[in-house]
Write a protein that binds this ligand. Structure first.
Ligand code: SF4
Length: 227
């Protein structure tokens, strides 16, 4: 069993990684960025939030989830007694803004995946929340959409993963989207409080129907994000 490094040591390692990302030109997204949005938060967080990629505000400020989506995310965190720099770490699948806010391409995700993998390893959160269809389907390796995925905590590589809607969907959608997000964030609070315990001895596949897992593996095998 490996011993977890101290928070200060992991914070230092995250800084080294962020400095490396700041000059990264490993994919074509480097050409259009203003800032690399590496991620931010508590390096010893129980909760890590994973979005898709920076939008315009994030690209301009170099920080994840700023603007109205970020404000709503902060509100949802506060409702379960969390703050983004206190027991929360926030990152994205890709660190540079895709032009026109398009989805990141498989080659871009592949080029960027080691940053996210290292962030997850160093922060080592109890629970990961994926925001929106893109990161939820990618990390759970499924083609099932977020409307069906959300509402439960999945055992995922030795921890829990809770998929939920992107805050932007709540801002432009029905009131029920925000209500569903509140239910999902309560699941996060349950994991952190120890009311949901991960007890599998080895990493196991998410509790999806076999055909969904097989379809996901076929669809995302080239990404090889965490499998
Ligand atoms: S998106 Fe990731 S891999 Fe591509 S240039 Fe930015 S940091 Fe590098």
């Amino acid at each position: 069993m490996t011993t977890k490094a101290s928070p200060s040591k992991r914070a230092a390692q995250l800084q080294v990684l962020a400095a490396k990302a700041a000059t990264c030109t490993a994919c074509e997204l480097a050409a259009g960025r203003t800032n690399v949005v590496f991620g931010s938060g508590d390096p010893d967080a129980d909760l890590m939030i994973v979005g898709e990629g920076p939008g315009q505000n994030e690209d301009e400020q170099g920080l994840p989830f700023v603007g109205r989506s970020g404000q709503l995310l902060d509100q949802l965190l506060e409702e379960i007694d969390l703050r983004r720099h206190d027991n929360v770490y926030i990152g994205n699948v890709v660190k540079c803004r895709p032009p026109g806010n398009r989805d990141p391409r498989p080659t871009e995700i592949d080029a960027c995946k080691d940053y996210l993998r290292e962030q997850l390893r160093l922060v080592d959160p109890k629970v990961v929340v994926t925001l929106g269809n893109f990161s939820s389907k990618l990390l759970l390796r499924t083609e099932t959409g977020i409307t069906r995925l959300r509402g439960q905590a999945y055992e995922w590589w030795g921890r829990f993963l809770v998929p939920t809607f992107h805050p932007a969907a709540a801002l432009r959608g029905r009131a029920s989207v925000l209500a569903d997000m509140r239910v999902d964030f309560q699941l996060v609070a349950d994991v952190i409080a120890g009311r949901l315990v991960y007890d599998a001895p080895e990493p196991v596949a998410a509790p999806l129907p076999r055909e969904a897992v097989e379809a996901a593996a076929a669809a995302h095998d080239q990404l090889g994000l965490f499998g």
